[in-house]
Design a protein around this ligand. Sequence first.
Ligand code: HEC
Ligand code: HEC
Ligand code: HEC
Ligand code: HEC
Ligand code: HEC
Ligand code: HEC
Ligand code: HEC
Ligand code: HEC
Ligand code: HEC
Length: 464
Amino acid sequence: MAEAGSSRSDHCSGWRAWALQGGVKARGAIDSGAPRRWHAVLAMLMVSLLVRVEESKVWSQDLPKGNSCIECHRAIGDSRVTPPAEKFPQDIHLAKGILCQDCHGGDAATSEREGAMDPAKGFVGKPKRQAIPQLCGKCHSSADYMKKFNPTMRIDQVQQYFTSVHGRRLLAGDPKVATCISCHDVHRIRAVRDQQAWTYPAKVVDTCARCHADRQYLRGYKIATDVVDQYKASIHYETLTKKGDLSAPTCNVCHGNHGATPPNVDSVANVCGTCHSLTAEMFAKSPHQEAFASIGLAPCVTCHGNHDVMKTTDTMVGTDSKAVCVNCHDSDSEGYKKAAQIRASLDRLREEVQRATAILDRAEHAGMEVSQAKFELTGATDVLLKARAAVHQFDPTVVKTLTEEGILVASQANAKGVKALEDLRFRHRGLWISVVVILVAISGLVLKIKEIDRRGPRRGIKKL
Ligand code: HEC
Ligand code: HEC
Ligand code: HEC
Ligand code: HEC
Ligand code: HEC
Ligand code: HEC
Ligand code: HEC
Ligand code: HEC
Ligand code: HEC
C-alpha cells in the first residue's frame, strides 16, 4: 500500500455539500407554499452560510505569495510533487504560519530549484517513513516551541507513540505500521476534532480500517483482520453513528491515541471500566474477580467480547442455552444454581412490570386517569435496570433484594390499574342503570300522553 495519506477522495468542499443539502431542504419549504417559513429558512440559510464561511476561512486560506516552494510546486503540474501544494490550504500548519520549509528545510526565497532545494540550506526532501515521528516531534515534543502557540497542547505524542505496537515495530524496522501521517494525513493535517479530520470520532474507524480491514496488507502478521467488521456490528458503533453519541468508544478510545493504552489503563482488556465504572465496581466485589484473575481471564471481554459488544438481555444470565453462564458452570455447580436464581428474580420483576404496564395502558386507553400510577411504575423500571447491573456481583441475594423492592412498586401500580378498571366497570354499570331508569320514565310518559289523548274528547270539549 502506498502511504495511506495521499489517496482519500472525500475532500469535496464541505460547505458545498452542505449547501446542496440545505438547498434541498429550502426547496422543500418553498414547495409547501408558506412564505413566512420561506423567509425564515432563507434567513437561517444566510446565517449558517456566514458561519460556514467563517469556519472555512481557516481551511481555504490563500497561500502566501513569494514562497518559491509553493509557487514552483503548484506550477509543475506533476502528480507526485504538485498535490502537497494543492492540499496545503486546508492544513492546520498553514493556519499557524508553518510552511513547506519548516518541515522540509531549504530556501523558500530562492526561485530556482537547485538553490531552493539545497541540502546546504537544510533541505531534507521527502523524509523516510522511519524518520517521520522525529520530524513531527521537532515541534510537537518541544514544550518551549508549542507553548508559543498553545500552552495546553500535549507534547508527549512521539514518546507515547514509541510505547505502542506501531511505534515499537517501526523502530524494529517494519515500515507497514501506522506512523503520524497514517492517522493525521499529510499536507492536509486538520485540527483533530475537525469533522473532516481522520481523527474525528466518527471517522477513526475508516482511518484504522485502511490497514486493519485489509487482509492483503496484513498478510504475514498474526493479528485478526475482522476487528473492524466486528466493531461495526457492535452497540458501541451503533450508538456512535446512529445516535451520534460521542461518548461511545471508537478504536482509539480503547486503544489509546498514541500510547499502548489510554492514560490510566494498565491493559486494554481493562478499558471498559473507564466508562462502565459502576459495573466494574460490582464486578470487583464478585466471586469472578479472583477466579478470572487466577486463570488469566479478562474481566469484561470474557462475557461481552471486545469488538462485537452487543446489547444485552436477561437471557444472557441463567441456565438455558443462550446464557453465558453455562459456558463455564456445570449443572451441579454452585454457580449454575445461583445463575438460575438470579434469572428467576429478574424474570419475576420484568413480568410484574409488563403486567402493570399492560393494565395501566388499558385503563388509560379507556379514558381513566392513571398518570400518577404510570409515573410510580417508572420506579420499578429503574430498579430493573439497577438489578441488571447488579448481576455483575453474581450474588443472587443482592439481585433478589433489588427485585423484591421493584416487585412491590410494580404490584402497587398494578393494583391502581385494576382499581381504575373496576371504577370504570362501576361507572358503566351506573350508566346502564340510568339508561334503564330513563327509558322506563320515557315509556311511562308516552303511556300517560296516550291516555290523555284518549280521554281528551270525552271531557266534552265542544266539537266545532
Ligand atoms: C523551481 C521549482 C522548485 C522549487 C522552487 C522548489 N521545488 Fe521542490 N521539487 C521540484 C521538482 C521538479 C521536484 C521533483 C524532482 C526532484 O525530486 O528533484 C521537487 C521535489 C521536492 C520534494 C520531494 C523530494 C523527494 O525526495 O522526493 C520535496 C519534499 C520538495 N520538492 C520540497 C520543496 C521545498 C520545501 C521547497 C522550498 C524550500 C521546494 N521544494 C522548492 C521543484 C521545485
Ligand atoms: C508538517 C510537515 C510538513 C509540511 C508543512 C509540508 N510537508 Fe511535504 N511532506 C511531509 C512528510 C511527512 C512527507 C512524507 C510523506 C510520505 O511519506 O508519504 C512529505 C512529502 C512531500 C513530498 C513528496 C511527495 C511524494 O509523494 O513523494 C513533496 C513533494 C512535499 N512533501 C512537498 C511539500 C510542499 C510543497 C509543502 C508546502 C506546500 C510541504 N511539503 C509541506 C511533511 C510536510
Ligand atoms: C494510530 C493513529 C495515530 C497515530 C499513529 C498518531 N496519532 Fe496523533 N492522534 C490520533 C488521535 C485519534 C488523536 C486524538 C483525537 C481526539 O482527541 O479525539 C490524536 C491527537 C494528536 C494531536 C493533538 C493533541 C493530542 O495529543 O491529543 C497531535 C498534536 C498529534 N496527535 C500528533 C501526532 C504525532 C506527532 C504522531 C506521530 C508520533 C501521531 N500523532 C501519531 C491518532 C494517531
Ligand atoms: C514546525 C513545527 C511543526 C512541525 C514540524 C509539525 N507540527 Fe503539527 N503543529 C504545529 C503547531 C504550531 C500546531 C498548532 C498548535 C495549536 O496552535 O494548537 C500544530 C498542530 C498540529 C495538529 C492539530 C492539533 C489540534 O489542535 O487538533 C496536528 C494533528 C499536527 N500538528 C500533527 C503534526 C504531524 C503529524 C506532523 C508531522 C508530519 C507535524 N504536526 C509537524 C507545529 C508543527
Ligand atoms: C498504515 C497502516 C495502519 C494503520 C492506519 C493503523 N494500523 Fe494498527 N497496525 C498496523 C500494523 C502493520 C500492525 C502490526 C501488527 C503486529 O505486528 O502485530 C498494527 C498493530 C496494531 C495493534 C496491535 C495489535 C497486536 O495486539 O499486536 C493495535 C491495537 C492497532 N494496530 C490498532 C490500530 C488502531 C486503533 C488504528 C487506528 C486509530 C490503527 N491501528 C491504524 C497497521 C496500521
Ligand atoms: C470497546 C473497546 C474497544 C474498541 C472500541 C476497539 N477495540 Fe480493539 N481491542 C480491544 C480489546 C479489549 C482487545 C484485546 C486486547 C488484549 O487481548 O490484550 C482488542 C484487540 C485489538 C487488536 C488485536 C487483535 C489480535 O488479533 O491480536 C487489534 C488489531 C484491534 N483491537 C484493533 C481495533 C480497531 C481497528 C478498532 C476500531 C475498528 C478497535 N480495535 C476497537 C478493545 C477495543
Ligand atoms: C468510552 C466509553 C466506553 C467504553 C470504553 C466502553 N463502553 Fe460500553 N458502552 C458505552 C456507551 C456510551 C454505550 C451505549 C449506551 C448504553 O446503552 O449504555 C455502551 C454500551 C455497552 C453495552 C450494552 C449495554 C446494554 O444496555 O445492553 C455493553 C454490554 C458494553 N457497553 C460493554 C462494554 C465492554 C465489554 C467494554 C470494554 C471492552 C466497553 N463497553 C467499553 C461506553 C463505553
Ligand atoms: C469464563 C467462565 C465463567 C463464566 C462465563 C461464568 N462463570 Fe461464574 N465462575 C467461574 C469460575 C472459574 C468461578 C470460581 C469457581 C467456582 O466457584 O466454580 C465462578 C464462580 C461463580 C459463582 C460463585 C459460586 C459460589 O461458590 O458461590 C457464582 C455465583 C457464579 N460464578 C455465577 C455465574 C453466573 C450467574 C454466570 C453467568 C452470567 C457465570 N457465573 C458465568 C467462571 C465463569
Ligand atoms: C460472567 C459474565 C459477565 C461478565 C464477566 C461481565 N458481564 Fe456484563 N453482563 C452480563 C450479563 C449476563 C448481563 C445481562 C444482565 C441482564 O440484562 O439481565 C450483562 C449486562 C451488562 C451491561 C448492560 C446492563 C447494565 O449494567 O447497564 C453492561 C453495560 C455490562 N454488562 C458491562 C460489563 C462490564 C463493563 C464488565 C466488566 C467490568 C462486565 N459487564 C462483565 C454478564 C457479564
